[in-house]
Design a binder for this molecule. Structure first.
Ligand SMILES: C[S@@+](CC[C@H](N)C(=O)[O-])C[C@H]1O[C@@H](n2cnc3c(N)ncnc32)[C@H](O)[C@@H]1O
Length: 1022
């Protein structure tokens, strides 16, 4: 790779010289810059051009480029000179001006000189590829000891911190009992904090704040190299409290476990000359700390820091839009700015940096027109210190930051329009000092709202007690706007980020700019169709910079590698401009390449400006889609199902093929109510039932079984259900994987389509299953006759089920509408001279199934299927064409439902004894892996199946082939539920091996036969 980069460099140098006709620094330096950038990338180093430094004499210097570690600590520097300059004289001159000498390359496009540890290590002719490679290897091989120590220390920190926390907690407990001075000081501090921040704070909060203070005071004084934070009124009191017991030897010995960590911070901090980098450094430390310290709150409140590149890009973008639309800049008077979810205060700190050049205006802004809210005590405290320390670093003087409110932003709604009002609920829960701040903020016209609100939609496990709370007022506004305008089935619009958008859209002045970095799902998810419609009405201009990184939608991506926050959820930056009198907005959009790494995205943001981007103007379609707009005939096809038809009371309103549809069963406790063995399932459910019945109160139920909101409610209603073995039924859990389900309306959270399914088998008990379009998952269609699971199509998506028949009060009814039967009969006329064969509903069901497998259909309507229920075309006009497709559908369905009965494909089985495990008395190691190139399936360390024909792998259901779905399901997995793990972890692959081999052979037949039918479709005229 390095050879390639050097060759590229030399070639580029050559071209630049020819084109530029010169060796002038500004022209040829680009080539060396690219070389360093590319090489640095391999070492996870970020290249920053024109890097700002502070010399020892506190003067500002700009070095041509710096390579930084992810922790923003500089790794090495580069300075380009003109070929006409005397390079040695230039080097001497630069060092006199305070340039760093630990790892720097000087280069003039003729020769390169490497200085390390203040000495010249090597120099070479840049066209000598071999020597240049050596020089660069030395440069990139440089290891700053502090960095290595720091990384190690961070890892160590995570291990050590819990023990130290426990020790500190115990120590404080003891002091409470024995140390009167501490108890007095502690009470005093609590009173002070209640007055200054929130009367709801408790003794437990004091303890946690004290611990956080003890653990991070070092960070503040070392990273910021100032004692200003001692002036902060909360910090000052915490110092006093600490001094009552935690001093001298006790302090030293307690924190000993963390000393390596602090030493590393001290050493690394000493290397950071640039204020921006200090900020990032603090955020990295802080986020790590918080996650170890209080993981649940970190998750619920979305405590992730915002990288500087994003913060700066957003501030500059908002500044440009204010100027463009309102002729004012952020620094100007009366442009009041609010960060409603401030975390560590990054946006406010960066704004202060942005205003650095105009000190007089800066002071006014800081004191009057910059506002921030935070709801969690720890970030609140850190933001407070951080903002004050930044202001002090810029101006050289300390001033309390009085515009930080300790408040839940989403509670503070409504009355701000009547000057100084606050929501009634806030009264009594907020201290006087804090209330005064909130009132002051509420009395202001906010022109810019900027920040990074939290964005977790809902939470996986009720036992975590980590649920997002409800916000009646904001949620009502969401209902009236985003949801009222949505056509989606089920909505997730109470996601925190949607709430923040709603809140901020209402709070913003009638002329203003809203800039948020959030989840990107609003850009294309179907559930956000109403949101897209409404924001385009409420705002005059919308700019969306889509940073991608949605790991769930594209499994090829990795959160750590491709996502700017290192998370699984895709990210976008939005700028929304509100203008009085505007009628409907223009939407502008730019998107980073799908496979770009997080580091590349940040580097791009670091050098880009919203004002300079070439954005595409989007013309939303009638359904308010912004992306993947299609201009095909999808709209004219026959709807398969719709919300309206489902709710229709008259047959004449039933204009879709299926009447009823719904999700598969959502148990919310799969490990409890599913099992491969009916006996184990019976044991588990008996245990579950006994625990449930024995539970007294469900407010804080024990966590022996898996509770959920529904189960708690049902318990409160007194619902009981003695174990009944007849409830054990077969379920279609995943494609080609059936298992046993306890079919209970008590222990299954949401029955979904189950309530309408015809039970007890029989010819009509079959259904088509497709991926819910709002899932943003690779689409699939399959068929089953058993009760389907909600996640039949994959763990993070819903499975929509379309049954042939449905249960009604008096028995069983057709689920194919009369309307569609009439439409089909009208369209397909019998061929001349042929005896008509009347179309029947079951044939339509089969026809639909065939069409959903047609490769041409899937390709043509790929974008539509991602966001809408399928619609079905009529292929051809003659009745015979219809019957051909219906026959294919019937054949496919017979294969897909009857997969356990088809003839096994003749795969060749080889068995070679695994002597090692046999000698140890164990079963062979379970592998269950497919090797597509070799056409094999590795069953376990003894058995392999060979001879899988290539066509078998081609039968894909979503992003997995049928064989892989089977392999996946039979792997041995540790149950996640602790009780199940302890008492019912009975699954061993060895017990199922022969059954699985047999199943794989049959599913191979299914795959090959499916391929044969699908190929026939492609060659048939439509
Ligand atoms: C993504 S972080 C902000 C990160 C920040 N820009 C930084 O770089 O540190 C979101 C912050 O919002 C806070 N938060 C969450 N819900 C809130 C609410 N309803 N009101 C106010 N703050 C909230 C969280 O405690 C968290 O600190």
């Amino acid at each position: 790779m390095s050879q390639v980069l050097i060759n590229q460099y030399l070639a580029q140098l050559d071209v630049l010289r020819k084109v530029g006709g010169t060796h002038r620094e500004s022209v040829v330096r680009e080539a060396f810059k690219d070389l360093l950038k590319g090489w640095g990338k391999q070492h996870d180093l970020v290249f920053i051009p024109e890097y700002k430094l502070e010399s020892a004499t506190k003067d500002t210097r700009f070095v041509d480029g710096a390579l930084l570690h992810e922790l923003r600590v500089p790794f090495g520097y580069w300075e380009a000179k003109d070929a006409k300059d005397d390079l040695d004289a230039e080097i001497e001159f630069k060092f006199k001006r305070g340039y760093p000498q630990d790892n720097i390359i000087f280069e003039d496009s003729l020769q390169a000189v490497l200085i390390q540890h203040r000495a010249e290590v090597m120099r070479c002719d840049v066209t000598d590829a071999h020597a240049l490679e050596k020089l660069l290897k030395l440069f990139f091989g440089f290891e700053r000891a502090e960095i290595a120590d720091f990384r190690q220390a961070v890892a160590q920190f995570k291990t050590d911190l819990p023990a130290v926390l426990e020790a500190l907690r115990a120590m404080i407990e003891r002091e409470h009992a024995d140390n009167a001075a501490f108890t007095r000081a502690s009470k005093k501090f609590l009173k002070h904090a209640q007055e200054a921040i929130n009367p709801g704070l408790t003794a437990a909060d004091v303890r946690e704040m004290l611990i956080q203070h003890i653990l991070t005071e070092e960070i503040f004084s070392k990273v910021f190299d100032s004692e200003f934070h001692r002036d902060n009124n909360v910090a000052r009191e915490l110092y006093k409290l600490e001094a009552t017991f935690f001093t001298g030897g006790l302090k030293k010995s307690t924190l000993k476990g963390l000393e390596a960590y602090y030493a590393a911070i001290r050493a690394a901090a000493a290397q950071i000359g640039n204020h921006h980098e200090k900020q990032t450094f603090l955020k990295v430390i802080y986020e790590n700390f918080y996650k170890v310290y209080n993981a649940k709150a970190a998750d619920r409140l979305g405590v992730v820091y915002t990288p500087n590149e994003i913060v700066r890009f957003m501030i500059e973008g908002a500044d440009w839009l204010c100027e463009k639309h309102f002729g004012r800049n952020l620094i100007d008077r009366d442009v009041e700015i609010l960060d409603p979810a401030t975390g560590t205060g990054t946006f406010i700190c960066e704004l202060l940096e942005h205003f650095r050049g105009t000190p007089a205006k800066l002071a006014h802004k800081y004191k009057e027109e910059l506002h921030a809210n935070e709801v969690a005590i720890l970030p609140y405290y850190v933001a407070n210190l951080n903002i004050e320390a930044t202001y002090a670093a810029i101006t050289g003087e300390y001033a309390e930051f009085q515009n930080l409110c300790f408040v839940d932003t989403l509670d503070n709604v409504g009355l701000h329009t009547q000057a100084h009002g606050v929501t009634a609920d806030l009264f009594g829960s907020v201290s006087e000092v804090n209330m005064a701040r909130i009132k002051r903020q509420n009395g202001r016209k906010i022109s810019v709202i900027i920040g990074n609100p939290p964005y977790n939609a809902n939470q996986a496990n009720e036992n975590d007690n980590n649920k997002n709370r409800e916000y009646p007022e904001v949620d009502a506004r969401i209902r009236q706007t985003y949801i009222a305008e949505s056509t989606a089935q089920k909505t997730k619009l109470y996601d925190m980020y949607a709430r923040f958008f709603r809140w901020a859209s209402d709070r913003l002045d009638s002329n203003g700019v809203l800039a948020f970095v959030t989840n990107r799902s609003f850009v294309e998810s179907r559930t956000f169709d109403g949101f897209r419609k409404v924001v385009a009405q409420e705002f005059a201009e919308l700019y969306v910079v889509d940073l991608g990184g949605d790991v769930r939608a594209n499994p090829k991506l990795s959160g750590t590698k491709h996502n700017v926050f290192g998370i699984q959820t895709g990210v976008a930056i939005s700028f929304l401009v509100k203008r009085k009198g505007s009628k409907g907005g223009r939407v502008f959009y730019a998107r980073r390449p799908e496979l770009e790494t997080a580091e590349e995205k940040l580097a791009w943001l670091g050098s880009a400006a919203l004002s300079g981007l070439s954005l595409e103007e989007i013309r939303p379609d009638a359904k308010h889609n912004w992306l993947n707009l299609t201009s095909n005939d999808f709209e004219t096809l026959m709807p398969i199902a719709s919300k309206d038809v489902k709710g229709a009371t008259k047959p004449s309103q039933e204009k879709a093929i299926f009447k009823q549809f719904g999700f598969g069963v959502s148990t919310n406790r799969d490990e409890w109510v599913y099992d491969d063995s009916p006996e184990v399932l019976a044991n588990k459910v008996s245990f579950l039932e006994a625990q449930y019945a024995g539970q007294k109160a469900t407010k804080e139920p024990d966590t022996v079984i898996k509770w959920s909101r529904n189960l708690k409610r049902r318990h409160e209603q007194g619902r009981r259900e003695p174990f009944d073995p007849k409830r054990i039924v077969r379920a279609a859990y995943r494609p080609y994987y059936a298992t046993w389900l306890y079919d209970s309306s008590l222990f299954i959270d949401e029955l979904g389509i189950r309530e309408s399914l015809v039970s007890g088998g029989g010819a009509v008990a079959k259904h088509i299953i497709v991926t819910d379009p709002s899932a943003q998952k690779p689409w699939l269609a399959c068929a089953a006759a058993d009760v389907p699971d909600l996640h039949f199509v994959g763990a993070a998506a819903g499975a929509v089920c379309l049954p042939l028949a449905r249960k009604v009060d008096g028995g069983v009814a057709d689920n194919i509408t009369d309307w569609s039967l009439a439409e089909f009969r009208k369209h397909y006329q019998p061929g001349r001279g042929r005896k008509p064969q009347p179309i029947i509903k079951e044939a339509i069901f089969h026809y639909v199934y065939a069409v959903l497998h047609d490769p041409a259909y899937r390709e043509k309507y790929a974008q539509n299927l991602k966001r809408e229920f399928p619609r079905i075309p009529f292929h051809g006009d003659s009745e015979s064409t219809f019957w051909q497709w219906a026959a294919w559908g019937e054949a496919l369905m017979a294969l897909h439902i009857g997969y356990e009965q088809v003839a096994p494909f003749a795969l060749v089985r080889t068995d070679v004894a695994d002597e090692k495990v046999r000698a140890a008395g164990q079963s062979p190691k379970c592998l269950l892996k497919s090797d597509k190139e070799a056409g094999r399936i590795l069953i376990d360390s003894e058995t392999t199946l060979v001879g899988v024909p290539p066509g078998a792998w081609a039968y894909m259901l979503g992003n997995r082939c049928a064989i892989d779905w089977v392999l996946d399901q039979y792997k041995e997995k540790k149950p996640k539920d602790p009780t199940i793990r302890e008492k019912f972890d009975t699954y061993r692959f060895a017990d199922h091996k022969e059954k699985v081999i047999d199943l794989l052979m049959r599913v191979t037949t299914v795959s090959v036969e499916t391929g044969r039918i699908v190929t026939a479709m492609t060659s048939h005229s439509r």
